[in-house]
Design a binder for this molecule. Sequence first.
Ligand code: SAJ
Length: 423
Amino acid sequence: MTFKTISVIGLGYVGLPTAAIFASKGHKVIGVDNNEAIVKIINEGKIHIVEPDLDNLVKSAVRNDKLSATSKPEAADAFIIAVPTPFTRNQKPDLSYLMAAVKSVKAVLKKGDLIVIESTVPVGTSQSVSELLSNQCPDLRFPHQSKTPDIYIAHSPERVLPGKILAELIKNDRVIGDISNICSEKARELYSLLDIKGQCVLTNAATAELVKLSENAFRDVNIAFANELSIVCEKLGINPWETIKLANHHPRVSILQPGPGVGGHCIAIDPWFIIDSSPKTTELMRTARKVNDAMPDYLAKKIISKLSNKSIPIIACLGLSYKADIDDMRQSPAVEVVRILAQSLDTNKKAKILAVEPNIKVLPPELQHIHNLTLTSLEEALTEANIIVLLVDHELFKEIQQNRLRKKQTYDARGIWQFGDLN
Ligand code: SAJ
């Protein structure tokens, strides 16, 4: 077999499920993460993230000796890189984790190895990775130098949806791009070990890079449209959820859902990688980012503007994660709404914010040390608060009985309590 050992570098939301699924198919997998705490947790057969069914998969993979974790790369036949590619303060791609991961592989690289970049990257990155490695390993030939390279490099962007990662890893089609055709064939061979149901579609590296960015930018623009429309609806006194639901009855219309904004480490970031590569021709994508980024402030100000001066505001904010039934709070609009509310009520000594997030035990750093904010249980929040703000459509919140909300001011930013606000 070509791939006796597979290494997955970066054991986060994409890397860990990928490692576990290869291991569950009986392959020897070495997971690499520079966070020693994560390495320890995984070697104990446990997981550090919330993702349905992942805990059992990791537990049995570690118990069967198919998955182990380490903080430094070890020799393998294929290296899948799934490290974060965030953006800088001025919205430029930050490839420092990716390049550090690539350099870390250098020491164990041997002729015939395959490197697959699964991280989302700006156009041109696969070429840069090939060039970087050829500078570091002058004895080996790389794809940008030769049609028959010693090291194969391909880009196969991950497309899995947090919350459904294990199913989508098998079900989704994959786009695989490379700088010389032979590499993507090799990557296809690697993914065939997973018996994936989706198709592997091969193309060049730059196209694969842009395809991934386009998917997320498309979704961002569509959500921005839904958000803008929801504000129009509000001004006109029309229910946005019903409007969108009915518009989507048209066979060629599919409007996404409005909400408190767009969060996570993908859709809120990836459009900037396209904008950065062509700043003068990306007005629509830039505007969509602006519309979605403005939503938390819009919602928080709406709530503040409707506060009554007859009672002390005790606001229960339901949900902090960036979307339903996960624990990920990166770029979360819910966190931002809570932060703005807490800040706005800072001068009212008796006002309180009660944050409810069933998937965490401590508040995220941005919300720690805010004196008028506490993390509480749903029960406590529903009992104590006079204002309820639904920020995330967690299953738990869908089960709230309507009579618990009676006599309270409610704001439903996700449209799960019937249609929109109960008021
Ligand atoms: N959101 C809305 N309205 C909607 C849908 C989403 O406001 O109708 C918000 C969510 O609440 C969340 C944000 O958008 O804050 C992003 O959520 P999401 O579920 O749309 O996407 P992600 O970021 O969890 O995952 C996306 C997916 N990309 C696409 O669907 C095109 C996933 O397939 C990618 O693998 C992932 O980005 C990634 O890693 O790039």
